[in-house]
Structure formats: structure tokens, C-alpha cells
Design a protein around this ligand. Structure first.
Ligand SMILES: *[C@@H]1O[C@H](CO)[C@@H](O)[C@H](O)[C@H]1NC(C)=O
Ligand SMILES: *[C@@H]1O[C@H](CO)[C@@H](O)[C@H](O)[C@H]1NC(C)=O
Length: 157
């Protein structure tokens, strides 16, 4: 039997502002798998940052967290966060992404779905990084937006 792969390219765009990042996180993640968080700075210069990512449940309890130092080439990078295999399926998860560096960033995507380990297949886009100016991708991001976008430009000196 053929598995029907539903191409839910369900990514949530997290932020739009000049001196900041666009972070994309999957809208649906699978217990036992790794979720990919892509970061793309609008100012595309190389920079070194520390990225913190957390998956929170309905009660804001952390179910997974990761911390990584990344050298963002052209302002772009990826960090993976492992979703524990025993995470209960549900719709009310959140993914918080924080970046510490010359630009700070702290946004939380809400209504992230966790699917059970066995029941579903999640397909990620073939594109790891969304480039600013890529209109097709922006369309997707804007349609999939679930959390808004309260933003501010914070640039520490
Ligand atoms: C979880 O955190 C958010 C943002 O800080 C808050 O609005 C919400 O009320 C919290 N939920 C619970 C169950 O504590
Ligand atoms: C950004 O932050 C500053 C200082 O906290 C505040 O005065 C300003 O209104 C904020 N701007 C936006 C767009 O939130």
C-alpha cells in the first residue's frame, strides 16, 4: 500500500522586521523525530550567535530544549530540536526561539501540533532556508502564520 504523503508544508513564520530574523518552525512535529528550525537574518552578513529553542506544552512546561552556537553564514542557519518519543500527541504545543547575538530575537510560535510517533509522516520542504525576497516562500509563510508577530528592532551595541 502506498502511503499518502500529505504535503503540509506547514511552517510558521515568526517575525518580520528589518534588523531581525525570520525564523521558521514546523507547524507539525512528530514525537521521536527532530524538528528543524531555520533562521534567516534579513541583514545577510556572517555572524556568530547562540540559539535557544524550546518546545513547550499547554502548561508551558518544557518538553524539549536545545541550545547551539552557530556561525550564520550569510545570516542563515539551522538548528534541530529532538522531540521526545513519549511526547503526547496534541495541538497546543509551542516552540520558542531565542537568538542571542548582535541582534536579539525572542518569539514563540503557538498551536504547534505534535503527532504520535507511529501515525504520521512529516515532510519538510526541500528548502532549508527561506531567503528574503523569495516571494513564493513568503506566500506560504504568510498563509501559514498562526502566531503574531509582535516585533521590535533590538540591536545591542
Ligand atoms: C503560557 O505562557 C504564555 C505566555 O507567557 C501565557 O500567555 C499563558 O497564559 C501561559 N499558559 C499557562 C497555562 O500558564
Ligand atoms: C519597541 O520598543 C520600544 C522600547 O521598548 C517601544 O517604545 C516601541 O513602541 C516598540 N515598538 C514597537 C513597534 O513595538
Amino acid at each position: 500500500m502506498r502511503l499518502v504523503l500529505s504535503l503540509l508544508l506547514a511552517y510558521v513564520g515568526l517575525v518580520v522586521a528589518k534588523n531581525t530574523y525570520i525564523a521558521t518552525v514546523p507547524k507539525q512535529i512528530r514525537a521521536g523525530a527532530s524538528a528543524r528550525i531555520c533562521l534567516s537574518a534579513l541583514k545577510r552578513i556572517d555572524r556568530k550567535v547562540t540559539i535557544f529553542a524550546n518546545i513547550l506544552d499547554k502548561q508551558n512546561k518544557t518538553v524539549a530544549s536545545t541550545q547551539a552556537q552557530r556561525f550564520l553564514r550569510q545570516g542563515q542557519g539551522v538548528v534541530l530540536i529532538k522531540v521526545p518519543g513519549n511526547t503526547p500527541a496534541g495541538y497546543d504545543y509551542k516552540i520558542r526561539v531565542r537568538v542571542i547575538g548582535d541582534i536579539t530575537f525572542d518569539q514563540t510560535a503557538t498551536r504547534v501540533q505534535v503527532t504520535s510517533k507511529v501515525s504520521s509522516i512529516f515532510i519538510q520542504t526541500d528548502k532549508a532556508i527561506y531567503k528574503p525576497g523569495d516571494l513564493g516562500i513568503y506566500d506560504v509563510i504568510l498563509q501559514e502564520i498562526t502566531s503574531v508577530i509582535s516585533y521590535n528592532e533590538t540591536e545591542s551595541s
